[in-house]
Write a protein that binds this ligand. Structure first.
Ligand code: CO8
Length: 258
């Protein structure tokens, strides 16, 4: 069903599975993969039958960074003038949850893409890094900011300044990934986790995602206030009435998304 060249998109029930598919370049992120991924995410967000997405790569690489060969000949005027890669910001405006299922290398833009997802499930083979400094540049898709928020200044600073990689164990200890799985179980677990999320009431899913994200953008008092207001708002939904009735009647809720 996929009309794309650099990604594969499949619907598995209510879960959209997106597989980055530039194996010869270890899924390096070029302009085409960005535009195809954004198109696929827009379609996913608009499709009422879909509740959660999983983005994955290959066994060897989730993505080994932005495409160095595409960037190599660019100068400041090209990069700044065209606000190169600003398009990735649209990815973070996806309102339904997106899970990154990472095996192998997630480097540079690959690590940044994984961090733009709502959470990361890692195979035991996963390796995360921001090696841009070795190319005499820096993260450019949010890595210096999201990595610092995820793992704290000490580790983020060391990784950005040395370009060293973090293995899955260290990434889990540091809070970069939510769980580690044996590589052979990664995709199945990610799809099961996504199916669980997709089985929840859709408005509550959006609200929960939004309020956790707000924790990164605001003060504690404003964040708590934001949470409370959205919590109150959910009491205006049919699904809240159904969810609480179903609990009391010891049955599963049937959601309308209203
Ligand atoms: N871009 C383009 N091609 C790549 C990339 C990449 N990031 N990574 C790997 N490839 C290509 C290789 O060139 C090679 O192609 P070919 O067969 O034609 O020579 C093929 O993929 C296989 O790679 P290797 O032979 O190198 O495989 P190894 O197993 O020996 O090594 C590594 C794997 C360690 C992952 C190695 O490929 C590597 O170090 N890759 C580069 C990692 C890197 O530096 N990533 C950061 C890129 S910069 C970046 O992401 C900036 C993000 C923000 C930009 C935003 C701008 C505004």
């Amino acid at each position: 069903m996929s009309q794309y060249e650099t990604i594969l998109v499949e619907q598995r029930g209510a879960v959209t599975l997106v597989t980055l598919n530039r194996p010869k370049a270890l899924n390096a992120l070029n302009t085409q993969i960005l535009s195809e991924l954004l198109d696929a995410m827009r379609a996913f967000d608009e499709d009422a039958s879909q509740g959660c997405a999983v983005i994955t790569g290959s066994e060897k690489a989730f993505a080994a960074g932005a495409d160095i060969k595409e960037m190599q000949a660019q100068g400041f005027a090209d990069m700044y003038g065209h606000d190169f890669f600003a398009g990735w910001d649209a990815f973070t405006r996806t309102r339904k949850p997106v899970i990154a299922a990472v095996a192998g290398y997630a480097l540079g833009g690959g690590c940044e893409l994984a961090m733009m997802c709502d959470f990361i499930l890692a195979a035991d083979s996963a390796k995360f890094g921001q090696p841009e400094i070795k190319l005499a540049v820096s993260p450019g898709m949010g890595g210096s900011q999201r990595l610092t928020r995820a793992v704290g200044k000490a580790k983020a600073m060391e990784m950005c300044l040395t370009g060293r990689m973090m293995d899955a164990d260290e990434a889990e200890r540091a809070g970069l990934v939510s769980r580690i799985l044996p590589a052979a179980e990664l995709l199945n677990d990610a799809l099961k986790t996504a199916a669980t999320i997709a089985s929840m009431a859709p408005l509550a899913v959006k609200a929960n995602k939004e309020m956790v994200d707000v924790a990164y953008e605001t003060t504690l008092a404003q964040g708590v206030q934001f949470e409370r207001r959205l919590f109150h708002a959910l009491f205006g939904t049919q699904d809240q009435t159904e969810g609480m009735a179903a609990f009391v009647e010891k049955r599963s809720g049937i959601w309308t998304g209203k």
